[in-house]
Design a protein around this ligand. Sequence first.
Ligand code: SF4
Ligand code: SF4
Length: 168
Amino acid sequence: MATVNLRIFRKLVLGNRRRMKSFLTLLEKKAPKGLQEFRVEADKQVWQRTDCLDCANCCKTMSPTYTKEDLRRISSHLGMSEAAFKEKWLYKDKTGDWMNVKQPCQFLDLKTNMCDIYAVRPRDCAGFPHHNTKKMNADYMHMYKQNIEYCPATYRLVMTVMEKFNGG
Ligand code: SF4
Ligand code: SF4
């Protein structure tokens, strides 16, 4: 499995994000034939080249959104009340969602890139970067546009799709 070098990734993002976002805007307006099928196959290849334990950039730079069920499950796992859990680590954003105050996430072990609460982690973390559940269509293009800047797997997926349908 290929490694993830975040220093190189950040440079690539700076150099390519503008044209990748323009390409995603084109897809948003009109999806080429075969896009969704190609995306699924390309995603499998991306994960053969991407090891999250080399990376953890999502846990270092983004916050999950905690659902009510997440709050109940995680606070119970930690032996805390939900109120104490929120008070210690979370804030409510403008849309009313519960988010981490701290980045990197308080549950990330920075030596190993492993999650200290992996078995009970937020649903958002378990599904991230959501390639399987969120098609590359107008409903979710904002997510791909955002995540190419944070997630090397999303960056690689979008770059592969761009090379296929836009000649890179
Ligand atoms: S809860 Fe775990 S998986 Fe989610 S952001 Fe924190 S360290 Fe990462
Ligand atoms: S999901 Fe993306 S950002 Fe998170 S660890 Fe894996 S490759 Fe890195």
